[in-house]
Design a protein around this ligand. Structure first.
Ligand code: SF4
Length: 82
Protein backbone atom coordinates (compact mmCIF):
# COMPACT_ATOMS: atom_id res chain seq x y z
CA UNK A 1 0.00 0.00 0.00
CA UNK A 2 1.30 3.42 -0.94
CA UNK A 3 0.40 6.82 0.45
CA UNK A 4 -1.50 8.72 -2.20
CA UNK A 5 -0.60 12.07 -3.66
CA UNK A 6 -2.87 15.06 -4.21
CA UNK A 7 -5.03 15.06 -1.13
CA UNK A 8 -5.60 17.23 1.91
CA UNK A 9 -6.77 16.67 5.47
CA UNK A 10 -10.23 17.71 6.61
CA UNK A 11 -11.82 17.68 10.06
CA UNK A 12 -12.26 14.46 12.07
CA UNK A 13 -9.58 12.53 10.13
CA UNK A 14 -11.52 12.90 6.88
CA UNK A 15 -9.55 13.68 3.75
CA UNK A 16 -10.30 15.18 0.38
CA UNK A 17 -8.79 13.53 -2.65
CA UNK A 18 -7.80 15.97 -5.38
CA UNK A 19 -6.67 13.56 -8.03
CA UNK A 20 -9.72 13.95 -10.25
CA UNK A 21 -12.70 16.25 -10.48
CA UNK A 22 -14.87 14.18 -8.15
CA UNK A 23 -12.91 15.69 -5.23
CA UNK A 24 -14.18 12.95 -2.92
CA UNK A 25 -14.44 13.76 0.78
CA UNK A 26 -13.55 10.44 2.38
CA UNK A 27 -14.20 9.49 5.99
CA UNK A 28 -11.82 7.16 7.88
CA UNK A 29 -12.15 3.59 6.69
CA UNK A 30 -13.99 4.54 3.51
CA UNK A 31 -12.96 4.63 -0.13
CA UNK A 32 -13.46 7.25 -2.78
CA UNK A 33 -15.83 6.95 -5.69
CA UNK A 34 -13.22 5.10 -7.78
CA UNK A 35 -12.80 2.44 -5.09
CA UNK A 36 -9.01 2.50 -5.21
CA UNK A 37 -8.20 5.31 -2.77
CA UNK A 38 -8.89 4.68 0.89
CA UNK A 39 -8.69 6.78 4.01
CA UNK A 40 -6.87 4.85 6.70
CA UNK A 41 -6.63 6.72 10.01
CA UNK A 42 -6.63 10.13 8.31
CA UNK A 43 -4.14 9.29 5.57
CA UNK A 44 -5.14 8.60 1.99
CA UNK A 45 -3.67 5.50 0.39
CA UNK A 46 -3.63 4.41 -3.24
CA UNK A 47 -4.63 0.76 -3.09
CA UNK A 48 -3.82 0.14 -6.74
CA UNK A 49 -0.35 1.70 -6.78
CA UNK A 50 1.89 -0.46 -8.93
CA UNK A 51 -0.99 -2.74 -9.88
CA UNK A 52 -2.50 -0.81 -12.77
CA UNK A 53 -2.68 -2.54 -16.10
CA UNK A 54 -3.71 -1.39 -19.49
CA UNK A 55 -5.18 -3.90 -21.85
CA UNK A 56 -5.54 -2.81 -25.43
CA UNK A 57 -7.32 -4.91 -28.00
CA UNK A 58 -5.80 -5.45 -31.42
CA UNK A 59 -8.19 -2.94 -32.96
CA UNK A 60 -7.14 -0.22 -30.54
CA UNK A 61 -3.41 -0.82 -30.85
CA UNK A 62 -3.50 0.90 -34.17
CA UNK A 63 -5.26 4.04 -32.98
CA UNK A 64 -4.73 7.77 -32.87
CA UNK A 65 -5.16 10.40 -30.21
CA UNK A 66 -7.00 13.41 -31.65
CA UNK A 67 -6.35 16.60 -29.70
CA UNK A 68 -8.78 19.43 -30.36
CA UNK A 69 -6.86 22.69 -30.86
CA UNK A 70 -7.54 25.37 -28.26
CA UNK A 71 -9.29 22.98 -25.88
CA UNK A 72 -8.39 20.48 -23.21
CA UNK A 73 -10.25 17.65 -24.86
CA UNK A 74 -9.01 14.67 -26.77
CA UNK A 75 -10.48 11.60 -28.38
CA UNK A 76 -8.86 8.23 -28.75
CA UNK A 77 -10.05 6.62 -31.96
CA UNK A 78 -9.23 3.36 -33.67
CA UNK A 79 -7.31 3.75 -36.89
CA UNK A 80 -10.20 2.69 -39.13
CA UNK A 81 -12.62 5.22 -37.62
CA UNK A 82 -10.57 8.22 -38.73
S1 SF4 B 1 -12.87 9.25 -7.60
FE1 SF4 B 1 -10.98 8.43 -6.71
S2 SF4 B 1 -9.32 9.61 -7.70
FE2 SF4 B 1 -11.25 10.76 -8.02
S3 SF4 B 1 -11.33 12.20 -6.30
FE3 SF4 B 1 -12.49 10.37 -5.70
S4 SF4 B 1 -10.99 9.11 -4.59
FE4 SF4 B 1 -9.84 10.62 -5.77
Amino acid sequence: MFEARLWKSLKNESVQCRLCNHFCAIKPGERGRCGVRQNIDGTLYALNYGKSRLSISTRWRRSRCIISAGTRTYRWLPWDAI
